[in-house]
Design a protein around this ligand. Structure first.
Ligand code: ZN
Length: 260
């Protein structure tokens, strides 16, 4: 089994500014997630954060990343468009992307989905969340019970304004009455994308064993096949074999217009 190379990206601002959050995540949310991923056989996880040069996401880092995890909240606007385009390009080429919690409003998720940052309703009231598995045969839920709960979380409520998901894996119920599609998948280009809702920074959500199981499964699910055929896009190729009655386009280039 070849190793899955993961990069965990975190904004890493809340932990630096608030003692209470630092107490929950002394090594940052990224350090916590990379820690439990690195304890898994066949996964090696590094980290990158907003304040690093190029947010830690150079072309070299991304070229050596099979699956990227993304946690951001207060500084989505500080992420450079150049880096977002670079991440987008890697997803198109097959890199997996797991977007966590308030990452729904990140530039990269919005670019991939065509959605707005205010795509849902939310409330911070320390309420209970129950996550229901609604797609039991999906690889992301293997090893989980049919439902599990988090004693305290931020509420996200429908309507969640996203494109129709390829698959809905979880639906959450909140103590205050709302429901939410809390685990959804997409295919974008050659890449697989999973959005997973829990993970508000003031709660120890990423220490929860069921949440860790979901993220570990999602990493394994999102990686591209190692021996994917090399695809050539954006070409106007000559035919593989002679075409009967082939005619040159009157404007010149065989089969169409020259690229602008
Ligand atoms: Zn939050």
């Amino acid at each position: 089994m070849s190793t899955i190379r993961v990069t965990v990206w975190n904004e890493f601002l809340h932990e630096a500014r608030h003692e209470a959050i630092r107490a929950i995540y002394p090594e940052g949310i990224h350090g916590c997630i990379a820690g439990f991923l690195n304890a898994q056989e066949g996964i090696t996880a590094g980290t990158a954060t907003l304040r690093e040069e190029q947010h830690g996401l150079t072309q070299e880092v991304l070229d050596n990343t099979d699956v990227l995890l993304w946690w951001g909240h207060m500084a989505h606007h500080e992420v450079s468009d150049e880096v977002v385009d670079r991440v987008y390009g890697r997803v198109m080429a097959g890199m997996g992307l797991v977007v966590l919690h308030s990452g729904h409003a990140s530039k990269i998720f919005r670019k991939l989905c065509g959605t707005d940052s205010d795509a849902l309703r939310w409330r911070e009231a320390n309420e209970k969340e129950i996550l229901w598995v609604i797609n039991p045969s999906h690889p992301i839920v293997q090893g989980l019970p049919e439902q599990f709960s988090l004693p305290h979380e931020e509420m996200y409520g429908e309507p969640f304004v996203i494109p129709k998901p390829e698959e809905i894996v979880f639906i959450s119920w909140f103590e205050g009455g709302e429901v939410f599609r809390s685990g959804v998948t997409y295919k974008r280009g050659l890449g697989k994308v999973f959005y997973f809702r829990p993970g508000h920074e003031t709660f120890p959500t990423f220490h929860d064993k069921n949440i860790q199981r979901v993220i570990i499964n999602a990493v394994r699910w999102a990686q591209a096949p190692k021996e994917m055929p090399r695809v050539r896009l954006g070409e106007n190729p000559d035919p593989l074999m002679p075409i009967r009655d082939m005619q040159e386009n009157t404007l010149g280039k065989l089969g169409g217009y020259d690229a602008p």
